[in-house]
Design a protein around this ligand. Structure first.
Ligand code: IPD
Length: 270
């Protein structure tokens, strides 16, 4: 039997240590290590160093678990648990000195495939903002900051004035026309739109009621693994293409009422 409370404490400790390392490195100056899927898709030296730290800590504490990270790839384990890690979610913000970036760490059970896994714990730590969001399956979602420890609840009803809705655009220019068409379909549901640049924080902000909803195409598993559980544990819904799980094709998160409206508006067949 997996002790999820133990996994959560481990994830919180590691995310805090990793976030502080990212922040320290940022203060020393950013170095771009490489570009990835497109020229705009960058990886910094800190992304790699922070992921190496997380991976080493997990190997030390949980040698039988698998690992699936943005920068260093996947390694199967034997325990049935896999850690899904984005060392710096919001790398472009990080490179530009915008504080909205976070370390995202999740432990999932089953096949390390977001269409099949069961998330056990999720932690998203934004070191500059001093906010740590976390959830344990069945245990609710929480925000810890210097000021408070608060249980998170999504906004249950879609506001009459329209929702405050966040989205994102992938780095591949070929997908931007589709992204903008989707945004046009969502606009009638929105009082305003936000593009903050860190998918894990967008999801946590839905959980915290700071956003009414969020949608994006093109996410990778490590972008949403922790944040999706945090939304679900705060009473929200998270999905993908109609009826599906969150994934690369689409991720939608919102309170129950807005979720259905977003799903219908985004569905191209509608
Ligand atoms: C990115 C951020 C961004 C989203 C991109 C992601 P990264 O993650 O979450 O908000 O729009 O799709 O790739 O690359 O900074 O880890």
């Amino acid at each position: 039997m997996t002790d999820t409370a133990e996994l959560l404490q481990l994830a919180i400790g590691i995310a805090r240590e990793a976030g502080e390392l990212a922040r320290r490195r940022r203060n020393e100056g950013v170095r771009i290590a490489a570009t990835k899927s497109a020229l705009a898709d960058i990886v910094t030296v800190a992304d790699r160093e922070v992921e190496a730290l997380i991976r080493a800590r997990l190997e030390q504490e949980r040698p039988d678990d698998g690992f699936f990270g943005e920068e260093s790839g996947a390694e199967a384990g034997t325990s049935g648990i896999t850690w899904v890690v984005d060392p710096i979610d919001g790398t472009v913000n990080y490179a530009y000195g915008i504080p909205s970036y976070a370390v995202s760490v999740a432990a999932v059970e089953g096949d390390p495939d977001p269409t099949r896994w069961r998330a056990l714990v999720g932690v998203v730590f934004a070191p500059v903002l001093g906010e740590l969001f976390h959830a344990e399956a069945g245990g609710g979602a929480w925000l810890e900051s210097d000021a408070e420890r608060e249980r998170l609840t999504v906004r249950a009803h879609a506001p009459e004035a329209g929702g405050l809705i966040a989205t994102g655009f992938g780095y591949d220019p070929a997908t931007h026309a589709g992204d903008l068409a989707r945004l046009t379909r969502v606009m009638p549901l929105a009082r305003d739109i936000r593009r903050m640049g860190s998918a894990s924080l967008d999801l946590c902000y839905v959980a915290a009621g700071r956003l009414d909803g969020y949608f994006e195409r093109g996410l990778q598993p490590w972008d949403h693994a922790a944040g999706a559980l945090i939304v679900e544990e705060s009473g929200g819904r998270v999905g993908g293409v109609p009826g599906g799980r969150p994934g690369n094709d689409l991720t939608i998160a919102a309170g129950p009422e807005l979720f259905s409206a977003l799903e219908a508006a985004i569905d191209e067949r509608g």
